[in-house]
Design a protein around this ligand. Sequence first.
Ligand code: GLN
Length: 550
Amino acid sequence: MADKRSKTKYIFVVGGVMSGVGKGVTTASIGTILKSKGYKISLIKADPYLNVDAGTMNPTEHGEVFVMDGGLETDQDMGNYERFLNQTLPRENYMTNGMVFKYVIDKERALGYKGKCVEPTYHITEEILRRISESVKKTDAEIVVVEIGGTIGEYQNAIFLEAARQLKNKNPKDVMFVMVSYLPTPPSIGEMKTKPTQNAVMQMNSYGVSPNIIVARAELPVDKKRKEKIASMTGLLSSEDVIAAPNVKSIYDVPINFENDGIGLRILNHFDLKPKKRDLKEWRKVVDKMRQASKEVNIAVVGKYFDTGDFVLSDAYISIIEALKISGIHLGVKTHLHWLDSKKFESGGKKELAKLSKYDGILVPGGFGETGVEGKIKVIEYARVNKIPYFGICYGMQLMVIEYARNVLGLADAHTVEVNSKTKNPVIDIMPEQKKKLEIKDFGASMRLGAYEAIIGKGTVAFSAYKKVKILERHRHRYEVNPEYVNMIEGGGLVFSGKSPNGVLMEIAELPKSVHPFFLGTQFHPEFLARVLDPHPLFTEFVRACMGKK
Ligand code: GLN
């Protein structure tokens, strides 16, 4: 009899008990482990929001807006997936309830369902499954891991679980579920409790599906006795299907920890598959290096909203933090970041600026609007004049061009039209196509988004980092260096070392190495392409320059 089993295997990762215990990192780690065993992997996030993409969400509330090659604005988990997996994923790999519902409703309005009654279970679930199969086509994946956002028992994510159940119904042996649960240790009891996990599994069972593996998040590794208890109370095949996930110092320890409990083989066994290659060799090397790094570089990150607390910032700037960390690991140093509120430098004068001299480097990340802009420009001037390594990302590059135009070229009112639309010297201006979108208030995706090619000039700092002429980098902005000022700025000594292939858009600005140890800004967001196994060359050059300052 012909083998009816699906060529593709599916793993759905769901959260039990509570949110925020690391479903995203679990998904990324499972993918990394299975890839290291020789399988082609696709990682998908299904988010319960009604937002059609993550572009309109406030990063200080929801975390970073991550941008994919295809230009889709997504949740920060996609960043973890690509960083861990060392793989660029297609836009099909991110979906929200909003995106799925909008597609189905638009199709219904266009008579796409030919008079049928259009219903959540069937038509919405069909659309969810269609997206998953599109992703399989694009990635040629042998194993797909789908993270379902939210926690078991919510109304919002139930439709994704129903889609997963339908898929499992059709391919019983080729679909499995991993529940990421939490085992609290109440201080008054002093013992790890399994009851909330049992309850979460009962709730999951009521959707018609059950976990095949439970990842047990807890302060400490869950012991054998509790593994047995969880397995017997929740219907797992074996206590080996309970994977200990104790708190770790770094999220990069997670894949190694999971493998200590053998999660990779448990998953492959479930699908009757065998490993094609052995283990996480490369990954382990990076983690060893991370442990060995003893020196430290101190980097000031200057932006607005930095009074909201470290917890929020670590989410809002996660890709920059990780990009610096990864380059640091490869260079053998720890990157210690200091969050400075740019508004301080507007009121604080020279005394406040002088405090910057103690840092090994300064970074101004992307941003929008006028708050704190003058403070950032003062900081950039200080970095330029005092030869402190400076890295400007997106807004940080635009403000670097404004600073140069004002203080070196003498255009005192040089500005971006984003802040001052009436300036006589709009060195940063809006591109005509974007202008049209703003006029009709089409703010969603009214930016230059996604991967664009750029050409690097030989003999520049950028070239010595990339070591190639053609690069591909991801963008997310409305404004650009005004082409009318390019000759004048270059004549004044600032080099545009990266340009769009037609030469019109300025993608990288820098000062020559003979003038400054590192003064470079990018119109794009290089942080989106830093990978744990493949650090981003510009971040590496910046961290290297910071190490040199000592
Ligand atoms: N506000 C600037 C623009 O829209 C920079 C955007 C950014 O830093 N991501 O062009």
